[in-house]
Design a protein around this ligand. Structure first.
Ligand code: ADP
Ligand code: MG
Length: 264
């Protein structure tokens, strides 16, 4: 595919994605397209399937039905003679290479420095030399304001600093889109701002992002689109100005009202 064609098609197209855990159906046919440069914030009550959606879109959870295409490539499955079979690990890893992930609990290796954490996948997955990997990792740490802590271990870092290392780790792989699952939910309130600030800066530089968050202020300011999920479905979506000021569904109205109550 030419670079020009690639730049025009959406990064991600999910169609009719369903997911069950045993008897429990968690996603009921979700359609979602993410265009380049979009910042999509996903909000909704606890248990509504936000994490499962994000994980399914990256194939960390196997979706059951429907499809997820990344840069035009089906993620997770292969279709042969009208039948669908699980793709190879290699194929899955190649298809999702353009997706970076940032988790609520950082998922840093405790026995590695910040630099080690950020450069590990550059060496094991991208097969860069140590020197190349560390150079690239330092650039990513610089970007999130953490270059001065490159040789620190996670135990020496604050939660906000750990999460910025988590973001650097994603960035260093040069993804085309970064998924964040509640990146600030595990942080003390005074540390939330530095992480949101880093994310806001990336957004202003045109990074494509999908963010599950309870930070409504951030979503209102930074999102180009907000998606409201409830009970495994996208109930409503739109520009934050419209969605927050003119919620259509009773469920979103109730969700926003309960959020407002908690701010008092
Ligand atoms: P959210 O992120 O919106 O809080 P989740 O996607 O984590 O929601 O969960 C949606 C539903 O799926 C919940 O009922 C949850 O208990 C269930 N669930 C999530 N992960 C698993 C799992 N690995 N096994 C079984 N049930 C799960
Ligand atoms: Mg969740």
């Amino acid at each position: 595919m030419s670079a020009e064609m690639k730049s025009q098609q959406p990064i991600l197209i999910a169609k009719d994605v369903t997911k069950r855990f045993g008897e429990l159906q968690v996603l009921h046919g979700v359609d979602l397209t993410i265009e380049r440069g979009e910042v999509v914030c996903i909000i909704g009550p606890s248990g509504s399937g936000k994490s499962t959606l994000l994980r399914s879109l990256a194939f960390l959870d196997r979706y059951d039905e429907g499809s997820v295409h990344i840069n035009g490539r089906l993620l997770g499955y292969r279709e042969t003679a009208g039948k669908r079979i699980l793709a190879s690990r290699k194929d899955i890893s190649e298809t999702r290479r353009s997706v970076g992930m940032v988790f609520q609990h950082f998922n840093l290796w405790p026995h590695m420095t910040a630099l080690g954490n950020v450069s590990a996948a550059l060496r094991t997955v991208l097969k860069l030399t140590r020197a190349e990997a560390e150079k690239r990792a330092m650039e990513a740490l610089q970007k999130v304001g953490m270059a001065h802590k490159a040789v620190s271990y996670p135990s020496m870092l604050s939660g906000g600093q750990k999460q910025r290392v988590g973001i650097a780790r994603a960035l260093a792989m040069r993804p085309e889109v970064i998924f964040y699952d509640e990146p600030t939910s595990a942080l003390d309130p005074e540390l939330v701002g530095e992480v949101l600030g880093t994310m806001k800066q990336l957004a202003s530089e045109g990074m494509t992002m999908a963010i599950v968050t309870h930070e409504m202020g951030f979503a209102a300011k930074v999102a180009s689109r907000v998606i409201f999920m409830d009970a495994g479905r996208i109930v409503e979506q739109g520009h934050p100005n419209d969605l927050f000021s003119k919620p259509q569904s009773g469920r979103l109205k109730a969700f926003l009202a309960s959020w407002q109550e908690r701010q008092l």
